[in-house]
Design a protein. Structure first.
Lengths: 230, 280, 230
């Protein structure tokens, strides 16, 4: 490597160093996640945002404050392991009711989802004050309309939802892939819905399984998924 | 125990019930005799709770046993003369119908979904509800902003291009609209008296039940069986009959009666993909 | 130095490292400068505050954000050379008043709508200031004139309105059933109650609507009168 190359590298390093400082200052100033687009506009033209953010994420990885991605945006957040020290100053948050939480997770996992579909999943009408509370909290939004007769409004989650639950994207929802794979995120029972084949040998059934019913299950064809004989 | 609940969680999550603000544990942990139906989030929740008590994987559950337990539960509640939401009764009626289908061998000329198929759909719905419930528990146990993780305490305004100087969310907009329209209309609002089954109530129930069964069935009889007051029974039969005429006119329902005073059978009017080869 | 000493040093280093993380998170999350006393209370007992802060100040010395001392307290501040990123004395975003939101939503649902019609819907008079504010926001525009006596101006929403509220088209505004479903409207509204369906194309003039002409605009004081050339 000759001197010119070394100088070039040094110069590039200075440029990226300054870009990192700028990104850092912007993220520090903002309580809300800042979009990549907004960040890119403030950085020097010849610096790639991805490279800057990668370095910034690494620099803060073990600090008391971390750089996290929220959808297409970035934010600085305190490290989760220090929460117990900071919590005492934080105002108590209102807890979500069990129903509201269930509606929220149904919307998160099934979005875009109509109200009728939410009610089908939960088997109960959504009580008044649940959806509007979630809309008001800023975690849920109306996304658009379904292209089916009646054009029902569809619901989805917001960036605020991702931010609140520490998710970089919807794919990070816990168990998302397994649930999808198991067909449990479909509005209707999938034709290939996996009903595991229970043991054929009756002796393998657990002791508490015998108490299920006094009706002969084998006769009803409920134990084995074989097609009922006519 | 439940074999679906091994997701490889690092930390043992707090049981969701304990995190819910209004967690009324009665009905969830206590014997079924102490009935607080309000503690359940509807009939499917109750069914899931009963299924859980069978202590097996949901796929291996006995739907017949489950139906009997549910119906038994509803009977107990009725014996105590507690008022039950219509949804619970609809489910009881439907389960009684499903049970009869499962117990009676399938007829050669019978159309529509078999009892086994309907039972599989029920299992699917129970599994899906349970999955969402577990997902909710995992979600609420995450490191949450404002509780475990914190944002900048002293944010500063950024020199960003802001073409809009006003802020308002779609929710603000819709809430403002609804509130003012409601305020204007409030003088005319009338609260309908309960006690009889209105045409609309009966119609809603029929649509839901017919949609679920998908074939000839005497739904109103199933339903009436689960009403405590004879007067309510009459009211329901009358309303559901009138509502069924309305639904027939709209082509949403077909009815059949084999003779005078015989049960009136109903089924959906629109031929659905599964109903090929209509015999008429 | 023997092994025990090295272990001791490593342990001490870990302790101070954790103390630095804690101090950093507290400064970050705090709305105000944090006093040394308050910091010391939260740090591990065997760690000296001065040593921690000295290291923290040094760590941030060349970053986009610095740790600064304010009297007997500490705070994080944007590096002085990056001050251009922040906007001083700039007007904050303003929340729309309730009245303005009501007028805006009435215009959105009932457009094209005249001022008298807005008042009819709302049952109260609309101040000129509110309409001016909405016009200024860029979410509301004058669309035309109603072909009725007095030729009142009709109002409608803009593309900017759709963009801001995340609507693909006007018809994505939820209808009566959906407002009820979301818990925003009571499920038992009088039978004569209706929520209008906004037009498919917000730009098309209604049958009883005339285009705004330059003369109209002049009359409304929105266009400076043309100087007629001699």
């Amino acid at each position: 490597m000759n001197q010119a190359n070394i100088d070039n590298d040094l110069f590039a390093e200075q440029r990226i160093g300054q870009a990192i400082r700028i990104a850092e200052a912007i993220l520090f100033a903002s309580a809300e996640p800042v979009t990549g687009k907004m960040l890119a506009e403030r950085l020097p033209d010849d610096v790639a945002l991805d490279a800057v953010m990668e370095r910034l994420v690494a620099a803060y990885a073990n600090r008391g404050v971390n750089v996290v991605r929220v959808d297409d945006a970035w934010a600085l957040r305190t490290a989760p392991d220090l929460g117990f020290l900071l919590r005492r100053d934080a105002p108590q948050q209102k807890k979500l009711s069990r129903a509201a939480l269930e509606v929220l997770s149904t919307i998160a996992y099934h979005q875009p989802v109509t109200r009728a579909e939410i009610e089908d999943v939960r088997g109960v009408e959504t009580s008044k004050g649940t959806l509007d509370l979630l809309l008001e909290s800023g975690w849920v939004r109306m996304r658009g309309r379904r292209r089916t007769p009646g054009r029902p409004v569809t619901y989805g989650t917001t960036q605020g939802f991702l931010d609140h639950f520490g998710l970089a994207e919807l794919r990070d929802l816990p168990g998302m892939e397994e649930l999808k794979g198991a067909g449990l995120l479909s509005p209707r029972m999938p034709s290939n819905f996996a009903v595991p084949v229970p043991p054929v040998d009756g002796d393998l059934l657990g002791p508490d399984e015998d108490e299920l019913t006094d009706i002969d299950l084998e006769e009803l064809g409920l134990l084995t998924p074989r097609v009922t004989e006519d | 125990m439940n074999s679906t609940r091994n997701e490889g969680e690092t930390a043992q999550p707090v049981p969701a019930e304990e995190l819910w603000a209004d967690a009324k544990t009665q009905g969830l942990s206590e014997p079924e005799l102490v009935v607080d139906v309000a503690g359940f989030e509807g009939p499917l929740d109750l069914l899931l709770h009963l299924a859980r008590n069978q202590k097996v994987d949901l796929s291996q559950i006995s739907v017949v046993a489950l139906a009997e337990q549910y119906i038994g539960f509803i009977d107990q509640v009725r014996a105590m003369r507690l008022e039950l939401a219509a949804d619970y009764l609809v489910m009881a009626a439907w389960l009684a119908f499903l049970k009869s289908k499962l117990l009676i061998p399938k007829q050669r000329d019978e159309e529509g979904e078999s009892g086994e198929e309907l039972a599989a759909v029920l299992q699917f719905r129970l599994k899906r509800l349970e999955a969402m419930r577990e997902a909710a528990a995992r979600l609420v146990n995450r490191d949450r902003l404002g509780r475990d993780v914190f944002a900048r305490g002293a944010p500063e305004a950024l020199e960003m291009d802001r073409s809009v100087t006003f802020e308002a969310s779609l929710y603000d907009l819709l809430a403002a609209y609804a509130v003012q329209r409601q305020r204007q209309a409030v003088s005319n609002v009338q609260i309908a008296a309960r006690g009889v089954w209105s045409l609309q109530d009966a119609r809603d129930l029929l649509v839901r039940m017919v949609g679920r069964s998908g074939q000839w069935s005497a739904l109103d009889r199933f339903l009436a069986q689960y009403l405590t007051e004879p007067a309510q029974r009459r009211s329901l039969l009358a309303s559901s009959f009138a509502a069924s005429l309305e639904l027939i006119r709209e082509g949403k329902l077909e009815v059949r009666q084999d003779g005078a005073f015989e049960p009136i059978y109903m089924r959906p009017g629109q031929p659905r993909p599964r109903l090929v080869g209509d015999v008429n």
